[in-house]
Structures are given as C-alpha cells and as structure tokens.
Design a protein around this ligand. Sequence first.
Ligand code: 5AD
Ligand code: SF4
Length: 471
Amino acid sequence: MELPNLDKARKRTKNKVEEINYELNDLYKNIGKNKTFYVKTYGCQMNEHDSENIEGLLESIGFKKNNDMEEADIIILNTCSIRENAHNKAFGMLGRLKHLKEMRPNTIVALCGCMAQEEVVVSEILEKHKHVNFVFGTHNLYDLPRLIYENMHNVKTNICVKSVEGDLVEGLPVKRVSKFKAYVNIIYGCDKFCTYCIVPYTRGKQRSRKMEDILNEVNELKENGYQEVTLLGQNVNAYGKDLDLGYDLADLLEEVAKTNIPRVRFITSHPWDFTDRMIEVIKKYDNIMKYVHLPVQSGSDKILKLMGRRYTKDAYKTLFNKLKEIDGISITTDIIVGFPGETEEDFLDTLDIVKYCKYDGAFTFIYSPRVGTPAAKLFEKDETTLEEKEQRLYRLNELINSYSLESNKRMLNNEYQILVEGLSNKDGMMYGYTETNKLVNFKGNEDLIGKIVNIRIIDAKSFSLDGELVE
Ligand code: 5AD
Ligand code: SF4
C-alpha cells in the first residue's frame, strides 16, 4: 500500500499519455445485486461529473441508487481540496458516518476525489477514521468495481491512489443527473501551477481528450434530446495543446457548435490561453452561449505575480475589452482576497479592476493555505489578520453585488430564452437559466422542464431574476 505523494504529483514529463478503454471485468458484474449506493459530492463541476461516472460504475455492477444515506449499503464521499472549509465538511461527514457504521457495520464507506490525493488526508484517515473501508484517487475511478469486490472479500482499509501525471480513460459508464443538460470533459488536469492552488497536484497533468471522442459524446447526447452541453476543464482554453494534432479550443467549439445542439457552454477559462480566434468563434455561432467565466483572482500586479498567474492587470483588461465586444456577453470571475502579502493598496487594486469590469457575478474567497503549494510557505510570514481579510471580503462582496444587481436590472422588461430546469424553491415557481447563465424564476408548469422558452424579465435582484412566460 502506497500513500499519495504531492512531490511525485508535482512532476511533469513529456511522456505520452496512456489511453485506456474501460471494460468491466465479468467477475464484478453482479456484486451490487440487491444493494444500494449513496454518493455525496463536494466541490466543482468536475467532481459533479466524476460522481456521474461513479454512479454509472455502481449501476453497472448491480447497485441501485438510494436517496437515504442511512439506508445505503455503500456510501462514497467524493471530496474537494480547494479550500480548508471543503476539507472540514468532508471530515465532519466522516464523523457522522462513524456513528452510522456502529449501527450498520456492514456498510461500506469509501472516500475519493481530490482529498484522496493528499498524503495528510490519507494519513489522518488511516490513523483516526478506521471505519473508512477504502480510499481511491482521481486517477483510479475505474478501479471502483475491483475495490468493492476486494473489500467484500477482505475487510482491510485499502488505499488505491496513484500520484502520477494521469492517463485518459474512455468509455466509463455514466449516470447523468439531468436528462437535458450534460457535462462533457474535454481536458483533465492543469499545468498552470498557480502558487495557491492544489489542483495540479490532485488532478495531474493537462491532458486533452481527442476531438472525435468529444464529438461522438455530444452527438449522442443530442440524439437523446439533450439541449445543452458544458465543455469542462480546469482550463478549457488550453484544450489541444498537449495533443499536437493541430487543433485547439477554437476548432473544438466550432465543431461542437456545428452539431447543432441548442446550447454550448465551456468552463473554466484562463486569461493566458484565450486567443482572438476563440473570440471569433464564440461570436460566430448562435448556439455558443455568450457567457465567459474569466477568473481574475486579484487586481494587483504584485499579487498576480506572486500567484503565478502569468498576466498583468492591463493584459487582463485588454482581453476583457475584446470579450465585451461580443454582443450580449456576460462575464463572471473568481477573486481571492488575503493572498499572503496582500496590502490594503493591493486590495484597492482588486476593487479597482472590479469597478472597471463591472462583472455580472463573482465567486469570492479568502485565501486558504494548501499544504505542499508554494503560497503556503508565504502564508507562514503573512501579517494580515483574518479579521482584516474578512473585512476585505465583505467590502468586495458589497461591490460585486451592486454590479450584479446593476447588470440584472438592465435586463428588466426585455425578453430572453431560458432552459427550464425544474421547480424552484419558491412556491409554485419554476426556474431556468438564460443563455448568459442568469437564474430566472417564473410561474409555469412542469411540462416545460427541459424546454427552452421565452421569458420577459419583470423583477431583478442581485442573484436572480423574476420573469413571466411569453407565449
Ligand atoms: N484559497 C482560496 N481560494 C482558492 N481558489 C483556488 N485555490 C484557492 C485557495 N488556496 C479559488 C480560485 C479558483 C477557484 C476555483 O477557487 O479563485 O479560481
Ligand atoms: Fe488552479 Fe490555476 Fe490550474 Fe485554475 S489554472 S486549476 S487556479 S492552478
């Protein structure tokens, strides 16, 4: 049994990525017969989609989904490492599962996802959470049937985590949450190594799927009535760079648009890899949604440099302005406050870029040190107090929310198309998203779920809109 190792996971070679075609071993086919599973997912869309593969794998070996965790025969936690609070949530859940396992000792408890790739986490599990049956890493999803089988025959904690650059697995079964919108991976891993970020260690090197595999998946989704695909990657704009096949994200977007699936989205974009050709393709096709998530992280050149982001505030603004030329575009961002060494002046530069860009929305975070990343060492010498950082976050959010509201108000009385997703939390209301990814609540009936309808906006708030159906 080998523990995960961040030093090994940091290595990048020119070795060719191995492509694996998944096939289920007959030995495992019925091991889940008359048993049920419960998968709990933390973190980003990548994890959400991995859970769709995990559920697909579990069903392929006979398990059925159970919506009640307490009743399930196998419980899998698909975890996230991005910030400390994600860690805490997963460990909190492990505590709960300890009690559950005392009452139902035969329940299998497994942990996977990004936390499984961290040696500190796995050591803690081995020491303090002996009720966990096994841990499997982000590079080992396809090993799940084997691990369950082995566990049923030998009840030791089993660590199955590879600290490698990663391979590419095609043909994993998938049980999609939605019948009309789907995630499609286009590139795994990340080679940017922003100094605060754990992802390049937990997800391995940048590796793109072949365009033909992606197009086959999109075409199949379209034939099955899907209305929307979201092309997924930590940095989708780097798509194709590792393949040397002469195509990039601009080419891929164009080919996906040509399948005529009604809506094409893509996340997340890194400013460094955004080319003019990509912008032209987004402009050219009506079914490529006019929505870009463009993390800026900070507005201070000094902090951007310490973060290893590879662009300056001015370069970001130039790209932002080019994107703004796309008719009707909506742009959102991610911002970290309290990166080690961030002064009040640096923070004011961040407020400044927010004032300049007037984002449609933003995810904002307080810097959270991640063991093994370069910024964690800077954090040891950081003098800014948590209170100051919380104050900065508060000030930033006030500003962000005022611009979100402003951008939503500009939509008042206009008509937009939304893809209806389901019943909203509000009584008797339905909800869906505009092409620009804005949440709209409206009165309608359930027959509309999965359809694209016209809506007039009648009220605007910071985080959502109210609308009415236009016949
Ligand atoms: N601390 C705080 N926020 C982080 N992010 C990534 N790593 C950290 C960290 N260590 C944020 C970035 C990224 C988003 C997904 O999470 O803003 O874009
Ligand atoms: Fe993390 Fe930077 Fe890669 Fe995004 S681009 S996943 S922030 S290292």
